[in-house]
Write a protein that binds this ligand. Sequence first.
Ligand code: NDP
Ligand code: X2W
Length: 357
Amino acid sequence: MTNNKKIKVGILGASGYTGSDLVRLLINHPNVDIKLLTAERKAGQTMADIFPHFIGHDLPILNKIGEIDWATVEVDVIFCALPHATSQEIIKGIFEQTSGKKQIKVIDLSADFRLRDPDTYKRWYGNDHTAIALQPRAIYGLTEYYRESVKSADLVACPGCYPTAILLALKPLLKQDLIKSEDIIIDAKSGVTGAGRSLRESNLFTEVSEAMNPYGVGHHRHMPEIEQELSVSAESAVTMSFTPHLVPMNRGELITAYVKLEENKTIEDLRKGLAVTCDKEHFMTLLKEDQMPATRMVRGSNNFVVNVYKDRIKGRAIVIAAIDNLVKGSSGQAIQNMNVMMGLDEECGLKQVALFP
Ligand SMILES: NC(=O)C1=CN([C@@H]2O[C@H](COP(=O)(O)OP(=O)(O)OC[C@H]3O[C@@H](n4cnc5c(N)ncnc54)[C@H](OP(=O)(O)O)[C@@H]3O)[C@@H](O)[C@H]2O)C=CC1
Ligand SMILES: CC(=O)N[C@@H](CCC(=O)OP(=O)(O)O)C(=O)O
């Protein structure tokens, strides 16, 4: 696509955290015109009414989704930043209403189309999927691994934030037979925006400040998603242990994975294996040996940083990685996928330097 062609974009759920970060990033994307924004409770307001950082930016008013006529609305790409289960209903409606009339590409940030097996979806999310027929059409949007399929997709299911960090760290190692697919133990920490903007007692300042809270221990719904994708790289079924924690910061995610080395493999082999992948990827960086991945390295950027260390337990290694959950873990990754789908440079609009301090 020529560099001056503008893609008309709609963002569903723009009054939420990932939706508003999409708006923040897309305002400066040279090939995008933001044509449509939606909200539910906040419909009728402007972005600047809700979020002061948008003051001075001319953006469409927030509409209710029900008011949109998908057959006639002028958009090429829809980002769907809605809660799980709502997303599948809305996306089904969009494809039904546009079928045979126009082509809209949908990039979904929810979990609704990430799991390939509908029974697994039901078991972990608790509801029947209402758009199962669309599932085979959805491409898992971990761009670094599904780029070729994303190019021609009209429905992309962006990975969850924890899966993004974990998969980018471990897939290269499994794929190159550098670590074993058994005994993978992952400890993960996320900032509070990971839980979304809707009101919840557990997310009050008093509950999350001066605190570190584990949650979903042994049953977090990202487990089947992570296992699904690690199994693809390992070419065998992977089960792993995963414990997330809520930490008192707004953005950012740090994952620490304890893994077993394959026979005769060393930490140097793992470093080389990660380097092979990171060197060819725009947003992945293997840090120098003496550098520690930290959320402040990636805050506000689409970058992923990783490093690998020797464990004191023989035959094991420790892999640590960091991302910003709202950028590489959701909005930035979604834009990366849009760039691939629309034939743009993958880095377009995503070259922000991380915010420090
Ligand atoms: N936060 C994160 O770090 C990540 C989130 N995700 C996923 O992205 C999606 C959005 O997450 P996030 O931005 O955090 O969520 P928020 O709760 O912050 O925002 C949800 C958005 O959806 C709108 N909405 C809620 N219910 C409905 C409904 N019934 N019909 C139409 N619109 C509705 C809300 O509008 P209003 O507020 O006006 O009612 C709001 O704009 C979720 O599926 C989430 O799991 C994925 C990766 C990371
Ligand atoms: C801190 C926090 O609560 N994080 C969310 C994950 C956010 C994410 O990746 O989103 P999906 O909901 O799209 O899977 C959680 O653990 O459920």
